[in-house]
Structures are given as C-alpha cells and as structure tokens.
Design a protein around this ligand. Structure first.
Ligand code: UD1
Ligand code: MG
Length: 430
C-alpha cells in the first residue's frame, strides 16, 4: 500500500535550552530528525517535513542528506499546535502517517504495524504508570472514543493511564476534510490534531488503538531525554552488531556511531569509541581507543590509540599513545607514543617510540612520505614536507629536514660528552 508521511518538526523545543533546533540534536552521530526520516523513507516515497522555528537551517541540513523530501511551512502565529501544523498540507497517497520529528527511536516495523488494518484512523497508544504530560485516550469496546489533552482533563480523566503516543495513520480524504474544521477552543488555545479523532468518532468512523512499545515513542524534549534516547540507540546498534559477528568486551562501555560499518570478525575492547563514518574490516580495537571517520582493515589499534579522520590503516599495528591523522599506513608497525599526521607509510616500515611528524608550521599543513622497509628510530622528528625513500635507516633522535634517498642512513646527533667523577665533585661527597 502506498502511504504518505508527514513529520511534525515545527515546535520550538524550548525545554531543550539550546540555540540549535531541537530536532538537529544528534543521537549516535545523526540528528534526531534524520532517524525519523530514515524510518519514513523505508515505508514511503512521499515525505513532508513541517517546519517553522529555524526552518531554513533545518531544511538546508535535510537537503544536504536526502533527495525528494517536501517541506511545509507552518503558519504558527495564526495556527499554532499539531493541528495547525497540518493546515494547507496535501499528502499524495490515500493514507497518511503522521510522525513527530522528536521521536528518533521509532522503527520501520512499528510504522508498518500502524498502517495495517482497515480502520479509518490507527493511532499509537501506550499504557504508562505515570501518564502525566500526555493526552489521555478514552477507549470503549476496543475502539478510541476521544483524546483529552492533560490541560483539558477532568480529575477522573487524569486517572486514565492509556495515553496518546502521538503517531497516527489516517485516511487522507478524512484529513483533508477535518483539518480545515479544527478550532482552538481549548486550554492552550492551539489547533489540536487530536481533535480529528473526535470528529471521526462523531461521524461513526473506526478509530483503532495500536498499542506500541513505550521505548520507541519516547519524545525527546530535554537534554536528559536526549541522553536517555542515546542509551537506547546505543544498545540497539551494539546488539545488532554483536549478532552480526562483532566481538565486544564490556559493550556498555563502548560507543558506536550509527554510520559505522563492520566486516569480517572485528573485536572492540572496553572503552572504545567509534565515531563518524568509520569502516572496520577484520580489525581489533583495543581498550580506550578512539577511531573517527577512518578505514581500518586487518589492523589493530591501541590500547589507547587514536585514529583521527581521513586515515586508512591496512595490515598495520598501532600501539598505545599513537595518534594518526589523515594518514595512509600499509603494513606498518608504530607501537608506541607517536604522532603521524598527513603521512603515507609503506610496507615493512617501523616507526619507533616518540616519532613525531612536524606537519604544521603555524600556517600550513605539509605531507610526509615514508617508503618501504624504513626504520625510523625513536624520538625522530620528521619536518614536513619530507620524503623518505625505501630501505632507509634513521637513527634515534634524528631531526629529518631533508629528503633521504633509498638505502641511506640518516643520523643527526650532538656529540655525547662523558666527564668521569663529575657527580662526586659536584655534590662534594666521597
Ligand atoms: C502531543 C499530543 C498528545 C500526545 C503527545 C505525545 C496534541 C494536541 N497532543 O502533545 O496527545 O500525548 O503529543 O508526545 O497533538 N509541532 C508542530 N507545530 C506545532 C506544535 C507542535 O510541528 O505548532 C510538532 C512538534 O515539533 C513535535 C510534535 O508536533 O514534533 C508534537 O508536539 P508537542 O508540543 O510535543 O505535543 P504535545 O503537547 O507533547
Ligand atoms: Mg508540547
């Protein structure tokens, strides 16, 4: 069945206490609105996002990531509220699914469940021990009779624990008829979308309650909610990946961006962060390491290694306290304490402890190229731009500020002076 989707995202989100629009706050690496759009894209080819507050900024960000999303600007001054958001909107298909932009945990499966059946309106409901804040749903003989907003409830209605989760699948022709008839005669002086339920019931139409998982329908209104949604999203991402074959030690201590991709048998130890669009193939990331927007294949990193954006590691070992940035390392060993930035290193090369690529002169960044089978001794500084050809030995403590030709030794060292007995003379002992 073809279905249109409308995502309501015009609300200000005051409780978020942020200059950033609420729906652009990120969960596991993606704005929360994008999570809702992704679920919508899976079920529909006609998606409209309703905007008002910071509409331009949100629209630009959506257009940078998605094609074919329609936008509808709510006249929030004249028609505030969830019903006002729908005014002037014309979905393409015969049934319309209405979602909230601040519900990032919604799944495609739940959206499909809401579009099943032949009722005129399917609406999502949840049973809560504490229903405060939500619209109460009055159900008689298995069908919805009315939704009463908390601020409009009688004391008796306040006791109702079945609440409106805020997502509906509605016959589009009913929607087209009911939306122009909405009024704002209520405590909040807003146009309530929920009033379409009353209108449908009055016409003898069937409004069916679909009981849904509370977790998926949690709205994010504050930074506290944001952190709660993040925890749930992380649990889902990690469960899926473990089922797919990723080994995780103490998974609750690991963070994984929803855009990360894993192939083969990867291992993530405790305290690992995988950020951005990282790809890991047969990789072992050891405790406390951070990997961001990089490709890691048949390699191991850490403990406490850092792979920054734009890096490609293949058949490579990165040890503790090694930082790699925008570098391509193939068949390399860098076991301890190094900074490798804007660097390419070829097969068989060994990077000693304390090696630093000096890639920045305060104005610009410069590259370092290291060939095959190069031995870079400990505490070497490579002053970029610089090229080290194949089969080179660089002695410990060398400052390399010239290119080095194939097969050479490079050594720069101030002579060591040893003064016999100086200790005793200096301290006046013995
Ligand atoms: C709404 C429901 C309530 C339900 C609750 C579930 C109404 C009248 N009430 O209440 O029954 O229990 O959701 O979370 O619908 N929005 C706009 N334009 C507006 C106002 C809101 O686009 O003028 C958008 C918001 O950005 C948000 C969604 O609609 O994504 C819901 O708005 P919100 O203010 O959170 O609705 P509630 O008062 O919580
Ligand atoms: Mg509200």
């Amino acid at each position: 069945m073809s279905i249109s989707v409308v995502i309501l995202a015009a609300g200000q989100g005051t409780r978020m206490k942020s200059s950033k629009p609420k729906v652009l706050h990120e969960i596991s690496g993606k704005p929360m609105l994008f999570h809702a759009i992704d679920a919508a894209v899976a079920v529909s080819d006609d998606i409209t996002v309703v905007l008002h507050h910071q509409a331009e900024r949100i629209e630009a960000q959506i257009n940078a990531h998605y094609d074919n999303i329609r936008f509808h600007l709510q006249d929030a001054a004249q028609f505030p509220g969830t019903g006002g958001a729908m005014k002037g909107l014309h979905p393409k298909h015969s049934r319309t699914l209405i979602l909230n932009g601040d519900m990032p945990l919604i799944t495609e499966a739940s959206l499909r469940a809401l579009t099943d059946g032949d009722a005129d309106i399917n609406m999502s409901v949840i049973k809560l021990d504490d229903p405060s804040g939500y619209g109460r749903v009055i159900i008689e003989n298995g069908e919805v009779k009315e939704i009463v907003e908390q601020k409009d409830c009688t004391p008796q209605q306040l006791e109702v624990k079945t609440v409106n989760a805020g997502i509906y699948a509605v016959n589009t022709d009913l929607l087209e008829r009911y939306i122009p008839q909405l009024d704002n005669n209520n405590a909040q002086k807003e146009y309530y979308l929920t009033d379409i339920v009353k209108m449908a019931v009055e016409e003898g139409r069937r409004v069916h309650p679909v009981f849904v998982a509370e977790e998926e329908f949690k709205g994010v209104n504050s930074k506290l909610d944001l952190a709660g949604a993040e925890e749930i999203m992380q649990r889902r991402i990690k469960e899926d990946l473990m089922i797919q074959g990723v080994i995780m030690r103490l998974p609750e201590t690991i963070y994984i961006d929803c855009r990360a991709r894993f192939e083969g048998e990867c291992t993530l130890e405790n305290g690992v962060s995988i950020i951005g669009e990282a790809t890991l193939i047969q990789a072992h990331i050891k405790a406390g390491s951070v990997v961001e927007d990089s490709h890691i294949e048949h390699s191991d990193v850490g403990p406490m290694g850092r792979v920054r954006p734009g890096s490609v590691l293949k058949n490579t070992h990165i040890g503790n306290f090694v930082e790699v940035k925008k570098s391509t390392l193939t068949g390399v060993k860098a076991g301890h304490l190094a900074y490798l930035g804007d660097t390419t290193i070829d097969e068989g090369s060994n990077i000693g402890a304390g090696v630093i690529t000096c890639n920045y002169d305060g104005k610009k960044k410069y590259p370092t190229h290291i060939g095959k089978n190069v031995f870079v001794g400990s505490d070497t500084q490579l002053v970029a731009p610089v090229t080290i050809e194949d089969d080179v030995i660089i002695a410990a403590g060398t400052t390399v500020n010239k290119d080095i030709q194939q097969g050479a030794l490079a050594i720069s060292r101030s002579p060591l002076k040893i003064v016999a007995g100086f200790f005793y003379k200096f301290f006046g002992v013995k």
